[in-house]
Ligand binder design. Structure first.
Ligand SMILES: Nc1ncnc2c1ncn2[C@@H]1O[C@H](COP(=O)(O)OP(=O)(O)OP(=O)(O)O)[C@@H](O)[C@H]1O
Length: 233
């Protein structure tokens, strides 16, 4: 693998609980290169979302370091962290997080409004992203008119429209049936292969695991296994 775009060194995360604290992640050492299709797997409470949140600059390590695109997450002020998220990182959540009163087009466009782009440039980028996920014919629909699978494809388009280097997907198939799960996984796999976007999943879904090129197992906030799946086949 080429350049490391994410480096986690001796990362520990503690949350204040009552008068003490709870350690959610302990001494995590991981690196991710460009174009990886990797998954954090492990039981509920093992720390997957906490780790994704830190990589996504939504939270900071308590000890150790997280460096994303050359930037130390702990050293970023709010504006710098927002800038990193706006330009370099896309998010996909299990509940899609679409805005119900806006159309599919507007939901995807929303991600670009903080960027300095003309209306024409935005239109081109949004239609390109909808094309990636096969939804150009639904641009005027509201989320309530779409299936769960289609909503998740809108969320993928929204995460991809900024052409980020990294997409973080937290249980993206949790609310989808088997057919839709495979469809969105194939869509993400295609974007990974064709555009070189790095995907990191959090999951306990066996269907997601079939697609991963690298599987990192967490248990009680620690990495207990890290394997390249292609090397095992
Ligand atoms: N803000 C917080 N304050 C206190 N404890 C927290 C906080 N956020 C997470 N935790 C705890 O940290 C642990 C790891 O949580 P996390 O959400 O990362 O797990 P997960 O592996 O993503 O679980 P799931 O698969 O259920 O989503 C859990 O025990 C959780 O209760």
């Amino acid at each position: 693998m080429n350049d490391m775009i994410i480096e986690l060194n001796q990362l520990t995360k503690r949350f204040p609980v009552g008068s003490g604290f709870f350690t959610a992640l302990t001494d995590i050492n991981l690196e991710f290169g460009k174009g990886e299709f990797a998954g954090l797997v492990g039981p509920s409470g093992s720390g997957k979302t906490t780790l994704l949140n830190i990589i996504g600059s939504l939270d900071v390590p308590s000890d150790g370091s997280a460096t994303v695109m050359g930037k130390s997450i702990a050293s970023l002020n709010q504006k710098q962290a927002a800038n990193l998220r706006n330009h370099n990182i896309g998010f996909i959540f299990q509940t899609y997080n679409l805005l119900p009163v806006y159309t599919v087009y507007e939901n995807v466009e929303f991600a670009l409004l903080l960027q300095n782009m003309s209306t024409n440039e935005r239109r081109k980028a949004v239609m390109q992203a909808l094309e990636w996920v096969g939804l150009t014919d639904k641009e005027k629909s509201k989320p309530s008119m779409l299936s769960g699978g289609e909503c998740q494809r809108v969320a993928i388009a929204r995460s991809m429209v900024k052409k980020p280097e990294i997409v973080l997907a937290d249980e993206p198939t949790a609310n989808l049936d088997s057919k839709n799960s495979h469809h969105i996984l194939q869509t993400m796999q295609k974007l990974n292969e064709e555009l070189g976007v790095t995907f990191i999943f959090s999951t306990h879904d066996e269907k997601v695991m079939q697609y991963l090129k690298r599987k990192i197992s967490l248990a009680d906030g620690k990495v207990v296994n890290d394997e390249l799946v292609s090397m095992l086949q």
